[in-house]
Design a protein around this ligand. Structure first.
Ligand SMILES: NC(=O)c1ccc[n+]([C@@H]2O[C@H](COP(=O)([O-])OP(=O)(O)OC[C@H]3O[C@@H](n4cnc5c(N)ncnc54)[C@H](O)[C@@H]3O)[C@@H](O)[C@H]2O)c1
Length: 322
């Protein structure tokens, strides 16, 4: 069941870079957005990021060759019809996604696999309007991480009725395109990555609320302790490194004391109410000058590129010799 025609619906932060990633790995992609001006903007972003991939040696083809694989499709029906795989990356609004999948179910051929890039919604909550049960067998979440052309992980969350060969063909496509996909075995909100990341966010915000430390000091702790090891040892590997007898005692002593709030902290709501939205407004938990924002973006890109090169080197070293 080879996937050759890929369509992206939604060309914002995620859609544009997912399209770029597939194009950079030789796949033809159709990119659709309900906002025509956004489509033009997405193409500029794609070209800029393709140039960056080239500059850092992550693609060897000409930037024009990669960009030419992306076809802008202002018409929804021509974008979707004939696709083998449609990935939606429209805003995280349940009714919008439900409606879109209902339309895709009607327009797409029976061979099409439908996928959502949702950050939190499980497939069965979005698949409410499918006419045939066969479509549920071809429906899943493909959760890419931002920036999608530089972050390796894609979480695959199959619909409970999804067929294993469909999941296998999506996994094969992603591996062929240099991603590190992981199948989430049961539907669960937020999947794996965001559940882990937000457990950390909740505890960090609670420490600030209790006056234990400033956001800056908490970031210093994270960046200079477990954050250093995680790229090498992950979560369970870190525990194995430390010794599970030690971890058991720490869990016993610490779990009763950790934050278990079920609602976001007041401080976060206050920041949002006052327009302190983070980098995009120049101020969030921290304040940022234009120069600091540029430096932060540059350092993040440099680090992600470095990690991709290291992963490629490690894979080559681990590959069986001919
Ligand atoms: N931004 C992130 O860090 C991130 C990471 C992982 C997953 N996601 C998920 O990806 C999805 C998209 O997020 P984003 O950040 O790219 O959003 P975005 O707002 O940047 O882009 C969404 C795009 O969808 C278009 N759109 C809206 N309704 C449409 C419709 N009916 N048909 C076609 N296009 C339509 C908009 O014009 C816009 O260009 C969300 O589900 C989000 O939760 C986001």
């Amino acid at each position: 069941m080879p996937i050759s025609k890929i369509t992206l619906i939604g060309s914002g932060t995620m859609g544009a870079n997912i399209a770029l990633h597939f194009a950079a790995h030789g796949q033809a992609v159709s990119l659709h957005d309900s906002n025509a001006a956004q489509l033009e903007k997405a193409l500029r972003v794609v070209r800029q990021n393709a140039a960056l991939l080239s500059e850092h040696g992550l693609i060897t083809e000409a930037v024009d060759t990669v960009v030419a694989r992306i076809r802008l499709e202002p018409e929804f029906e021509s974008a979707a019809a004939g696709a083998d795989l449609v990935i939606e990356a429209v805003p995280e609004k349940m009714q919008l996604k439900q409606r879109l999948f209902m339309q895709l179910d009607r327009v797409c051929g029976p061979q099409a696999i439908l996928a959502s890039n949702s950050s939190t919604f499980v497939p069965s909550s979005m698949a409410v309007g499918f006419v045939s049960t066969e479509r549920k067998a071809r429906f899943l979440v493909m959760h890419f991480w931002n920036p999608a052309h530089l972050m390796p992980l894609v979480e695959i969350v199959p619909h409970p009725d999804a067929s294993p060969p469909v999941v296998d063909s999506v996994m094969a496509l992603l591996v062929r395109c240099g991603k590190r996909p992981v199948v989430v075995r049961k539907e669960i909100a937020g999947f794996i990555g965001n559940r882990l990341a937000f457990a950390l966010q909740r505890e960090a915000m609670d420490l600030v609320a209790k006056g234990v430390a400033s956001p800056e000091d908490i970031d210093t702790v994270a960046k200079n302790s477990f954050g250093r090891r995680i790229p090498i040892t992950g979560i369970f590997g870190t525990a194995d490194l430390g010794g599970l007898d030690v971890y058991l005692e720490v869990c016993r002593s610490l779990f009763p004391d950790l934050c278990s709030d079920r609602t976001p902290p007041a401080a976060l709501g206050n920041l949002v109410r006052h327009g302190r939205l983070g980098i995009k407004s120049g101020e969030g938990w921290n304040r940022y000058t234009e120069a600091q924002i540029a430096l932060l973006n540059e350092s993040l890109t440099r680090e992600l590129v470095h990690q991709l090169h290291r992963a490629r080197r490690d894979e080559k070293a681990e590959a069986p010799q001919e």
